[in-house]
Each structure stands twice: as C-alpha cells, then as structure tokens.
Design a protein around this ligand. Sequence first.
Ligand code: PA5
Length: 462
Amino acid sequence: MLELNYKNVDAQVIGEDNGLNIEEEFNNYQEQIKHIIADLNKRKDKPGQWLRWMNLGYSEETIWYVKEFASMVEGRFENILVLGIGGSALGGIAVTEALLKPYWNLLTPEQRNNQPRIFFLDNIDPDTISSLLSILDLKNTLVNVITKSGSTAETMSQYMIVKDLLEKELGDDYRKNIVVTTDKNIGILKQLADQEGYKTFIIPDDVGGRFSVFSAVGLLPLALVGIDIDEITNGIKDMDLALKNLDIHENIAAQNALIHYLMDTKKGKNLSVMMPYSSRLKYISDWYVQLWAESLGKEYDKNGNKVNIGPTPIKALGVTDQHSQIQLYNEGPNNKVINFIRVKEFDTTLEIPKIFEYTGIGYLGGKTINDLMNAEADSTRVALADYQRPTVTITIPKINGYYIAQLLYMLEIQTAIAGELYNIDTFNQPGVEQAKNYTYALMGRSGYEDSAIQLQTKMASV
Ligand code: PA5
C-alpha cells in the first residue's frame, strides 16, 4: 500500500506560524470528512454527479473489450499514435512513461517484447506534428483518436490531417488503422466513427476528461503496448476499498486533501508542488497539475458566491529541480506545500565504480546511485523543514501497474475531497470551455458567429 508521511506539516516540526496542529485538525474535521466520503460514495452512481470515475476499476465490460481489442491487433502495428489533449492524453502519457521501460521508443522490437512504440500528439505545434508524421510509417501505425466531447479543435484537426494521409497511403483499408475513444452521443467524432466504421470505445457518462485515465481513454493505449490492465484495476480496487474508510486517521486521500485545504485557508500556502523522486514518474506531475488546477480553480462556490479560489499546482522533479526550484522553495515566500513522491525500491541498483579513490569525488565510489537519490531526497526534506516549509511524502513500494494505479486513484479521491472542503464544483471547467468556444468562433465554426463578432471587438481593444 501507499504511505503518506505528513510529519513535516506539523507545527511541532515547522513551528506554529507555518505548521498545523495536525491531530487536533484531524479531530476537528473528523465529522465533516466522514460526511464527505460517505456522500461521494453515495452519489457516485447518480447521473449528473460526474462521479462515475469512481466505478472505473469495476467496469468489467470495458476492461474485457479493451483487452480483446489489444490482443486482436497484437503484432499488427509497429506504432501506436494517440491523438488527444488535456484529460484525453495526460493520463496515458503519465502511466506509459511510468510503466514502460525508459526510452521505450528507442528500444529494439525484441527489447520491447515485440510491443509497439507509442507516441502522443498532445499539442498542435505544426513543426512537431509534421516531423512525427514524417518519421512514422503510417501503414504500420494504429491511430487512437481520443476526445470526450468529440469536437475539440486540436484533436479533430490532428485527426483530419492523419486521416487524410492514411487514406492517401492505404486507400479504403485506412479504416483499420483508426480506433476512436469518445462519448456515445455528443460530438462529431462519434457520428464520423459510425459513418466511417471505425472501431469505437465509449467514455462513460459522468466521467470528465481529467478523471478518465482508468476508462478506455487510458486503458486502451496501455493495453496496446502490453501493459497489464488487470494489475492496474487491482490497484484501483484495493485503493478504492482503503479510501472508503470514513475515519480521517486511516484515509490518506482525506488527510492530504485536508492538509492542502488548511494550509491554503489558514496559512496562506496555496501552491501545491508535486515532486516525484523518479524520472519515470515525471509525467504524473503533469497529470496532477491538470487534475488539481481544473478541478479546484473556480470562480464561484456551490452557493453561487464569487470566490476565485484554487491552490496552484506546480510540477517539479527530484533530484533535477533541487538544482533549479529548491532555492526558491527554501528561501523564497513560504507559500507552498511540497508533495514528494518516493519509490522504496527501484527496479535497478546502479553502483558507482570505485575509481578516483584519492580525489574529492572518491567518497562516491562503491555507493549506489540509489543511495545518492535517497540521500538527496532526505536532505532536501530536512532542509525544507529547517526553513519551516511544509512537505508531505507519498511513498510507493515499487513502480508497477498496481501501485501507479493506487497513486493516481488516491490523487483523484484527494481532489474530490478537497473540492468538497472548498465547497466548489470539482467537476466542471467553465474556464476551459470559454477558451474552447472562443477558438471555435475564431476558426469560423457554424453557430459561433455572434461570439466571433464580439471576440473581434474584444481583440481589437486588448
Ligand atoms: O479535463 C477536461 O475536461 C479537459 O482537460 C479535457 O480533457 C480537454 O479539454 C480535452 O477535451 P476532449 O476530451 O473533449 O477533447
């Protein structure tokens, strides 16, 4: 199981001005937290609550179809190309980066157990798109187009470019190289997929983009590169069970949600840094940043009061950012909660050779890089405590599908609980929709003519 160490947010360690009397706070919020967890679990099956992501670990049917499709296409493609953005890409990127061997796309087919390479086009930079498309042999590429709304301009324009190229290269057969993941009703992509006859996976109702990693959005790309889906779902289910515990003393998602909420509202620390000590977990921070930012950054609370709240998430990487951001975190404004993620056991133990014994670097010889990584993480944590900066440490025993699933699911529940503490709608994103609508208007989408006129006026004045 995952562990959460919150000693370094306690006032006894970092002082009354910056720390919390944590046991007292747990007791103060015990009842409210109990109610929040019970209520989330009660509402999760109700339509319109956007909580169905809490059921994804148990979606036997989707899991079966994902595995079946992956085994059907096994050995047929050299590459998987995922088209998607935001919640339709970040989960897949985070989990493949964590679970596949590092530098996967550079390995030989044998080193990859004959599984395909995987590429995510999660942006619309013309240079990177055309460069990637010129590298990939499209005949041997399975393209997974992912969009919940079925109409996001970035993803749809990528799809149009890729479909055109595929058709030119493969003629009518191009359809076999496209698989779609989208909503069953809304959006243009579902209609096109039906017309064109693409294999389609459905994103269940009431599962928002940033909570969709364990739907076909994330599971399909994972299965297509040979990642064990059962290991993932076992991790979710075990964590789900643990997080059903109504007692805050036993529930790590509730603990970290409350810590962040109180640090923001009582101590003015509204920045949340996610800093894994593992390069393989680097993109978990990107995923967390979206989850935390889009879920908790809101203009209004549930009662319609204008609140403009939300802790700002920041990504960092241990040890790399010790040589970049830590100076600011130690000595700059004391306005952050730093989340370390530590890995107890790396897959590899890498020894530093005993050379240059009689020089200034001789002390490193005979140790391992693992020792160095751990020493640096420990020293950074202690140094931050010396400067009275709050940190929490999430420890995972190993990097595997089971624990990565636990970590992501725990962060999802933590976000949902934090949203309730802030009394906001965690699951909408009016700020994202606003910009999407402006883009549609600027690009001439029909139905957006009035917005286009208003926008032209606004653009002229700003
Ligand atoms: O979390 C969200 O809802 C957003 O970040 C979406 O995932 C993102 O905007 C992409 O949307 P869609 O999946 O509809 O293309």
